[in-house]
Design a protein around this ligand. Structure first.
Ligand code: HEM
Length: 664
């Protein structure tokens, strides 16, 4: 009997919207959808499981294996109550089974999701992570493992849990009770007695009163212990200063050039056989040079100019058709997303893979891939909790996404093989990236044959690394311009001045557009699309900023907070593109105060490729259109909430009103 599977089905059903609970006359719908049959089947399996648990306990009881009170578990106690031994009040067998189910259903799911939120907030707030690590490691010094006795002294740990429970679920954000309620600030609990035991009504994640959750203490201890062990077991360093970033990515670049193992990357990228997630070594060096040489070198990037200009024109035409003369609202994210997907498809795969083609709906699958990478995978941190992924359905989702990605990639490769056999590509000119990969795969090019799985992993890397990063960057650039109409005006003046008399801005014009480049840098400083870069791992023991760091330590570089560090930037929270006008600071990985693309050996090889797309798209849009926020929305009211994931987009799509500029 697979108890975990049965419980997973049970939890899944609990989460299913059941029509007749809400609209009784629609009860018949459940029959048609098969929900009724499923419920009956799961109920039967659960009953068999619970009966076997109870029977086991009765047999052990009869054998008197539990003679002392110490060895009793909860089922033993329930059995005593059932027999009227304990309270004089008899429990029916069905009530006993229902109570057991309650404990399983409510306990495992909620404790796990709270932990997930805690980790998500800590990863978003590296300073809080660092404070917590220091506390836990300081108190656990010299110990192999943290025990519950240590928890009492871990005050930061408790504040982190409280602050997370205040924000998720979203009760506890009332500005009447909390200062800056949307901010994540565990310190607010340091000198406060506020607790979640149901006495302080501003913090009631477990409810309160007679119906309040009786498992509060239990859930809190599970979370405290798991979190403390997590901080203790997996050494992770978060670099939030320019000096720390430089030390990791320049001084100790070679030793810090591996990636930590990720079960998600293993499953989605064919055993991490791609460039981005493979560990440091000969294989990674070989792959990276293939990608740079055949796809991303300066020469190659220049050769894609026609594709870029054509696709940007297509986007401008589409916006023109959509806005027409009626000033309707357009979804800029959609336009940017199609633009980047099309460019990357054409240069890497030789043609566009449009949404209509059912099996090859690359965009949808890639979105799901991005979402999965943003999911906190508890098994990577606490191996004994890996089974939780089965329970929450994460494993099934990963398998599904991996399978549809594989179908898509196989299809791309087969198409290329067929076209190659027909000799359609006779000259080097018409070859795309997959053609080059196939030549290497056959050992033609370098003599080092590539396995088919490696080939698929590399194509996937280019797609997933290239598309959502570029359109996310473009969306943030536009967001800030819409919030700052003066900067928008200055940019329009520059672009329209330089493009005077031309039907279209071309890439030759971009070199003169200094304000345009400053606008892009300022946006990448405030909104790096991958704020924590891609985690690295040290290969050997090293000394970082004077601290001894053991081999296999996880290294997270917080590009977001480095970009807002007052030690490097004047008025860092202010949007001021002018700061880049008389400055040599660039995003190429030489200036560690601005590292949206990382730096060093593991730095992004797609920087040049991405920047020219962003520059051209931006220049052409502001050349042709006047953009404004939808009517009634003031710049200061634009929602700036960030989403979650490895790439951080705006929480909602950016909507704007585009009017065609009459003179252009
Ligand atoms: C605005 C766009 C982009 C941003 C913000 C971005 C950002 C990043 C970052 C932060 C890293 C990790 C760097 C590190 O560990 O130091 C990275 C790695 C990588 N990026 Fe990009 N990227 C972008 C566009 C692209 C494009 C267009 C491609 C390819 C077509 C690409 C391919 C890669 C690959 C293959 C890696 C892995 C490098 C390695 O591990 O050695 N990226 N990128």
């Amino acid at each position: 009997m697979h108890a975990k599977n049965i419980l997973a089905e049970f939890l899944h059903l609990l989460g299913t919207f059941n029509v007749w609970d809400f609209i009784p006359w629609l009860e018949w719908v459940n029959k048609i959808t098969g929900l009724d049959i499923k419920v009956e089947k799961v109920a039967k399996k659960l009953d068999t499981f619970l009966e076997s648990v109870i029977e086991e306990h009765i047999i052990r009881h009869n054998k008197e294996e539990y003679s002392t009170g110490e060895g009793k578990d909860f089922v033993d106690v329930l059995l005593e109550i059932q027999n009227g031994k304990e309270t004089g009040f008899r429990l029916q067998r069905d009530s006993l089974k229902a109570i057991l189910l309650d404990i399983f259903a409510a306990g495992s799911d909620t404790a796990y999701s709270t932990l997930e939120w805690i980790m998500a907030e800590l990863l978003r707030h590296p300073r809080a992570m660092e404070t917590l690590q220091n506390e836990v490691r300081g108190l656990a010094q010299g110990k192999a493992e943290i025990t519950e006795d240590d928890l009492g002294n871990m005050h930061h740990l408790k504040t982190v849990i409280k602050e997370t429970l205040r924000l998720h679920p979203p009760v506890g954000r009332d500005p009447l009770s909390w200062e800056n309620p949307k901010d994540y600030r565990p310190e607010r609990f340091l000198n406060s007695d506020t607790d979640f035991k149901g006495l302080n009504f501003e913090l009631i994640p477990f409810g309160a009163g007679r119906r309040g959750c009786p498992g509060t203490a239990f859930a809190v201890v599970i979370n405290e212990l798991a979190l403390a062990r997590l901080m203790h077991n997996k050494p992770v360093i978060v670099a939030s200063s320019v000096e720390a970033a430089r030390d990791i990515m320049k001084t100790h670049d070679l030793v810090c050039s591996s990636r930590p193992k990720s079960s998600m990357a293993d499953r989605l990228f064919y055993g991490s056989r791609d460039v981005g997630f493979s560990p440091y070594g000969k294989y990674w060096r070989q792959l990276k040079s293939i990608v740079v040489l055949h796809l991303l070198s300066n020469k190659r990037v220049q050769s894609y100019r026609d594709i870029r200009e054509e696709e940007t024109s297509n986007m401008i035409d589409k916006i023109r058709q959509e806005c027409g003369s009626s000033n309707s609202v357009i979804d800029l994210r959609d336009h940017f997303c199609f633009l980047t997907c099309n460019i990357i498809s054409r240069v890497a795969l030789g043609r566009k893979y449009d949404e209509g083609e059912s099996e090859m709906n690359a965009k949808v699958t890639l979105d799901e891939l991005g979402e999965l990478f943003g999911t906190f995978n508890i098994g990577d941190y606490i191996p004994w909790l890996e089974w939780v992924n089965k329970l929450t359905g994460l494993d099934t989702k990963v398998e599904k996404v991996a399978k549809s990605l594989d179908t898509f990639l196989e299809c791309v490769i087969e198409e290329h093989i067929i076209r190659n056999k027909k000799g359609e590509y006779s000259t080097g000119e018409a070859k795309d990236f997959v053609d080059f990969l196939l030549e290497i795969h056959n050992g033609k090019e370098t003599g080092i044959p590539l396995q088919r799985d490696s080939l698929k992993a590399i194509i996937l890397d280019v797609f997933s690394g290239g598309t959502d990063t570029i359109y996310t960057a473009l969306e943030w650039v536009m967001t800030e311009l819409l919030r700052h109409p003066r900067a928008m005006e200055k940019l329009q003046n520059e672009v329209r001045g330089l493009a005077q008399g031309k039907a279209e801005v071309t890439e030759d014009d971009l070199g003169y557009m200094h304000y345009l480049k400053a606008v892009i840098k300022e946006s990448l400083r405030l909104h790096p699309p991958i704020p924590l870069l891609v985690p690295r791992e040290s290969i050997e023991d090293i000394k970082l900023l004077g601290y001894q760091i053991p081999a296999k330590t996880g290294l997270i570089i917080n590009a977001w907070s480095i970009g807002r560090d007052p030690l490097s930037w004047e008025n860092p929270e202010e949007y001021r593109p002018e700061r880049f006008l008389n400055s040599n600071i660039d995003v190429k990985g030489l200036n560690f105060e601005l590292i949206p693309f990382g730096a060093g050996r593991r730095g992004c090889p797609g920087t040049g490729f991405a920047i020219v797309i962003i520059e051209l798209a931006l220049a052409r849009i502001v050349h042709k259109f006047n953009l404004a926020l939808p009517e009634g929305l003031k710049p200061e009211d634009l929602d700036m909430t960030e989403g979650s994931g490895i790439t951080i987009r705006r929480n909602s799509s950016l909507l704007a009103v585009a009017t065609q500029c009459s003179s252009y």
